[in-house]
Design a protein around this ligand. Structure first.
Ligand code: KIV
Length: 272
């Protein structure tokens, strides 16, 4: 039995609330966060989901990729984010590169994110169907991640839009269905054509959260530092500087939340 390092008080939003949002056509708003102060602002703005992404390797640690991020880094930042009084937001934590290479390793690391980090769900990249099935069998909620997979950057060679050919689009659609069948209860789709994301979102029962995947997904996620225009790297084309028309960080986060809920973001210029 692992020691809990803090009181993991259940948060009000659950996966059932997110599923219900999809069913009634309400868009799900999601931002990444890595610390308590931004987590508090995001909670206050009414954002539905925080993703403690391994993008922290780039925006917090200053690495050129997400690959150096360790499971200890993820536990530390997830705990910082989850340490909110009256927390409403649903918290997902990324399993970093090589932390889910076998089912046992995946379960051990996912358990740490949940028990020590107080995450409600873990996310992993790719069609790792057997790993997802094993985690779900252990009672660990899983979010899949398809399309552009940043942890594969050394195989891909660049961060480009995926699913542009009919064969690749079909592969991603099949993988999405396989992840759902294996028990994943959420899916992140990154950098795919809007038409493909629309088809996947309509075919799946589980909510699909897009990033660079068009407005027809069930929800949207952005890297917080990109939408606040404080990233040290160039903002991706699919992101938007919400600080441009906002007087404060709080107002920018609220504007993003409203834009997602009203399906005003992403527009065509932020889609592929
Ligand atoms: O690590 C991250 O922030 C992510 C998002 C880009 C979806 O996985």
């Amino acid at each position: 039995m692992k020691q809990m390092t803090q009181d993991c008080t259940p948060t009000p939003l659950s996966i059932n609330n997110l599923l219900a949002m999809k069913q009634r056509g309400e868009k799900i708003s999601c931002l990444t966060a890595y610390d308590a102060s931004f987590s508090a602002l995001i909670n206050k703005a009414g954002i539905d989901v925080i993703l403690v992404g391994d993008s922290l390797g780039m925006v917090i640690q200053g690495h050129p990729t997400t690959l150096p991020v360790s499971i200890s880094d993820m536990i530390y930042h997830t705990r910082c984010v989850s340490r909110q009084p009256n927390q409403r937001v649903f918290v997902i934590a990324d399993l970093p590169f090589m932390s889910y290479s076998t089912p046992i390793i995946a379960a051990d690391n996912a358990a740490k994110l949940i028990q020590q980090g107080c995450a409600q769900m873990v996310k992993l990249e790719g069609a790792r169907i057997e790993i997802v099935r094993f985690l779900v069998d252990q009672g660990i909620p899983v979010c899949g991640h398809l399309g552009l997979l940043p942890q594969l950057i050394n195989q891909l060679g660049n961060y480009q839009v995926q699913g542009k050919t009919p064969a690749d689009a079909k592969r991603i659609l099949i993988e999405a269905q396989q992840l759902q069948d294996a028990g994943a209860t959420l899916l992140v789709l990154e950098c795919v054509p809007a038409a493909l994301a629309k088809e996947i979102s309509s075919q799946l029962k589980i909510p699909v959260i897009g990033i660079g995947a068009g407005v027809h997904c069930d929800g949207q996620v952005l890297v917080l530092y990109d939408m606040l225009n404080i990233s040290i790297t160039k903002r991706p084309r699919f992101s938007k500087n919400f600080m441009q028309e906002a007087p404060s960080i709080e107002a920018a986060i609220s504007a993003y939340h409203q834009a997602v809920k009203q399906a005003l973001f992403p527009s065509i210029e932020h889609s592929f």
